[in-house]
Write a protein that binds this ligand. Structure first.
Ligand SMILES: C[S@@+](CC[C@H](N)C(=O)[O-])C[C@H]1O[C@@H](n2cnc3c(N)ncnc32)[C@H](O)[C@@H]1O
Length: 270
């Protein structure tokens, strides 16, 4: 079992070696991005800001599931081409996201770095988003990250951080994992992100969406949960038998053994 802390395990897993785990995770987690695509009038929101030479920064771009969901579930055909910068400390993630972009998104700069490290000259973005992105960002570095996020947005630009709330599956699961399997730095919650954005001077509108994901396939459940913890050394049986974590997982399971996970995402609009 890796003894590394949360942020290092995240980086370790966002790699070619972690591809199988990533794919197992998205058997269920693709729904997170469909929910975000359907939660707003994206055609209108982006259309209002569209102009020649406009730009977007995708913070913690991962493998590009959000732009993929937007292109699948919304109509972006009227929008002009947009320069799309990809930021992620994982070179693997940046390359993955770049490979799935399509109109109106045209990949521009690869920024292989954390949000906290984004240099001042990267600013003036018409659109700036971070979707299910900042869980592994250490809470102690959150204020610096929020300041960088707020400063990078052009006046009148559209900013969004979408993040699960403290009661939501990703946070509740990792708290139980930390209590029952091994200690680590907790994930950052939507509430912490919202407070940090406000401290950084942003006016934030907090929209919530709730939904469930689930599976009756134990292999799918195991793959998903291992990625939720960035730990593929603990089996589903071991997780179910662990103190605290076992109770949490029992609360997600029905009599037939099927799993249902409850999610609440905050859409923090700037
Ligand atoms: C779940 S993925 C994000 C998914 C992505 N938004 C999408 O649309 O598919 C999380 C990503 O956050 C990145 N990450 C972790 N810590 C970060 C930090 N401090 N700043 C920026 N990105 C970070 C990871 O490397 C990983 O690629």
């Amino acid at each position: 079992m890796s003894n590394r802390d949360t942020a290092e395990r995240s980086l370790e897993h966002w790699s070619e070696a972690g591809r199988t785990g990533m794919e197992a995770f998205y058997a269920l987690a693709t729904e997170d991005y469909r929910q975000l695509a359907l939660a707003a009038d994206w055609t209108g929101l982006l259309g209002e800001r569209a102009h020649d030479g406009w730009s977007l920064l995708d913070v913690a771009c991962g493998s590009g599931k959000f732009p993929t969901a937007l292109r699948k579930y919304t109509d972006l055909s009227s929008l002009p081409e947009m320069s799309y910068d990809l930021l992620d400390p994982s070179e693997f993630s940046v390359a993955e996201a770049r490979s799935v972009l399509g109109p109106p998104f045209a990949a521009r700069h690869d920024l292989v770095m954390t949000l906290q490290d984004l240099p001042d000259e990267y600013s003036g973005y018409d659109v700036l988003w971070a979707t299910h992105a900042l869980y592994a960002l250490p809470p102690a570095e959150l204020d610096a990250a929020a300041e960088r996020f707020v400063a990078a947005l052009a006046p009148g630009g559209l900013g969004l951080i979408a993040q699960a709330t403290a009661a939501s599956h990703y946070l509740a699961f990792y708290d139980a994992f930390r209590a029952g399997v091994r200690e680590a730095t907790p994930y950052t919650t939507a509430e912490q992100v919202r407070d940090a954005l406000v401290r950084a001077g942003a006016e934030v509108r907090d929209q919530r969406v709730t939904y469930t994901t689930g599976t009756s396939d134990r292999a799918v459940a195991q793959g998903f949960l291992q990625r939720c913890a960035f730990d593929d050394t603990v089996s589903l049986e071991e997780m179910e038998a662990a103190p605290v974590l076992g109770d949490y997982l029992a609360s997600c399971r029905d009599a037939s053994g099927s799993y249902t996970f409850s999610h609440e995402a905050a859409l923090l609009w700037l």
